[in-house]
Design a protein around this ligand. Structure first.
Ligand code: MG
Ligand code: MG
Length: 250
């Protein structure tokens, strides 16, 4: 069931989304060689909880142990924070965070370079971020879900990269994952029509190599089948009569 949000509820999500944005910036400041993904998890959890009423949405969600998902290099999403996973110069680290605040969830992911990364990784991060912006630009009343995925995939194809198909964006707000699903590929004018009050997590996951994925034996971490790197950028966006309103950045 699609659950539309009132303007007041969208404002409340924006408030939580600002905490989420600031949490990403706090994590970004902590990303450097020698830091573990558990260290980053602690930075995020402490920062979120320092805001009265705010909690990390992911902690305990479907049994997930962390406050963030931290996925290094060929890991696409859902990496479990660990003291054993230490960042090295040249890595890329995808950080996915959810914040629950004022009774509502927001969801956002960023991929950061660790120290100095190679040109291919830089291109991967740039194209994935651009594909997210192209998807957001389609979040207009009267467009369809398929317009979002089509715009994302067009940027990725032009960038000679591959969109992950097994994992999708989603409605977000009262719950972390709501209807509808928002694939990162699609055909224009297909799928649900976008209406005011719809709040969507738009989240392209993009691979340097092929689109194929597999899940590790920890039953969480999704990696590229070919071992090449992957990036993930995500924002929570409200469809409004005034156009797309990104709730997880200033
Ligand atoms: Mg997310
Ligand atoms: Mg999401």
């Amino acid at each position: 069931m699609v659950q539309l949000k009132s303007p007041r509820e969208i404002d409340a999500m924006f408030a939580g989304g600002q905490i989420l944005y600031a949490t990403h910036e706090a994590v970004r400041a902590a990303v450097r060689p020698g830091v573990s993904t558990l260290d980053l998890d602690r930075v995020a959890e402490e920062f979120i909880r320092s805001h009265p009423g705010a909690t990390p949405s992911f902690k305990g969600l479907y049994g997930f142990p962390g406050s963030i998902c931290a996925s290094i290099n060929e890991e696409i999403v859902h990496g479990i924070p660990s003291a054993k996973r230490v960042l090295k110069d040249g890595d890329i680290i995808s950080v996915d965070i959810g914040v629950f605040h004022g009774g509502l969830h927001t969801d956002s992911a960023r991929t950061w370079p660790v120290g100095t990364v190679d040109a291919e990784s830089e291109r991967l991060l740039r194209v994935t971020a651009e594909s997210l912006e192209a998807g957001i630009a389609q979040c207009v009343v009267g467009n369809h879900i398929g317009d979002i995925g089509h715009a994302i995939e067009a940027v990725v194809i032009k960038g000679r990269l591959a969109v992950v198909r097994e994992l999708v964006g989603h409605g977000v707000g009262f719950q972390m994952h709501e209807e509808p699903q928002v694939p990162n590929h699609g055909k224009p004018k297909r799928g649900m029509k976008l209406v005011p009050g719809l709040t969507l997590a738009i989240e392209p996951m993009v691979n340097l190599g092929t689109a194929a994925t597999r899940t590790l034996s920890d039953k969480w971490t999704v990696v590229t089948a070919d071992g090449q790197r992957s990036a993930h950028f995500e924002h929570t966006v409200a469809i409004t009569d005034a156009g797309p309103r990104v709730l997880t950045r200033p």
